[in-house]
Design a protein around this ligand. Structure first.
Ligand code: S3P
Length: 193
């Protein structure tokens, strides 16, 4: 498992908010749940929050109201979390594309980029197939365009990540969560014994 480097935070600044960023299918929600459990923090999954409060699937929100409306809901959801302590925030893959969202993430969260290879993300998305109502932008029928989006997004994620974990599809989610915790341990406040 490749390990990134924490280069822009100081051990004296203990974080009580962790944000997981990364491309669709990188495993943010699964890892978020594992990390939240281990840290005894609350998990906030922006997609799940939006679906619950809008009472519509993400595909429906895109279709009925448009992507811009979804992005507003997403930013609102992020802003609602800025004063909440002890949370792991699993961010929708497009959330860091908004510069204001990036500023807020940088300011208030320890940001972890789950960097999974493109083919791993695609395989995971494919596994959900037609039942997936959460990823209207997943263009698996036009892999070149989808890969371009992946490459563009990767630059954005890299820009704000305090720590990058490079994963493949070899590790179990538990092993990845354990690795993240090992590295983040000195930077997180109130870790349960
Ligand atoms: C999106 C990613 C999705 C979801 C929406 C848009 C994106 O979340 O927010 O379909 O623009 O990358 P996941 O990253 O959890 O799949």
């Amino acid at each position: 498992m490749g390990i990134g480097i924490i280069d822009n935070i100081c051990k004296n600044d203990k974080a009580d908010k962790i944000a997981l960023i990364g491309f669709m299918g990188s495993g943010k929600s699964t890892l978020g749940a594992l990390l939240a459990k281990r840290l005894n923090f609350n998990l906030v999954d922006t997609d799940a929050r939006i679906v619950t409060s809008a009472k519509q699937s993400i595909s429906e929100i895109f279709k009925i109201h448009g992507e811009a409306y979804f992005r507003t809901l997403e930013s609102n959801c992020l802003h609602e979390q800025k004063r909440i302590k002890k949370i792991v925030l699993a961010c929708g893959g497009g959330l860091p594309c908004n510069p204001q969202n990036r500023e807020l993430l940088k300011l208030c969260f320890l940001v972890v980029w789950i960097n999974a290879p493109f083919d791993v993300c695609c395989k995971r998305i494919l596994r959900l197939g037609v039942n997936d109502t959460s990823r209207p932008l997943a263009m698996l029928d036009n892999v070149e365009i989808f890969e371009k989006l992946y490459n563009e997004r990767s630059k954005i994620y890299q820009e704000i990540a305090n720590y990058t974990i490079n994963i493949s599809n070899q590790e179990t989610p538990c092993a990845v969560a354990g690795e993240i915790l090992n590295v983040l341990h000195p930077y997180i406040s109130d870790i349960p014994k």
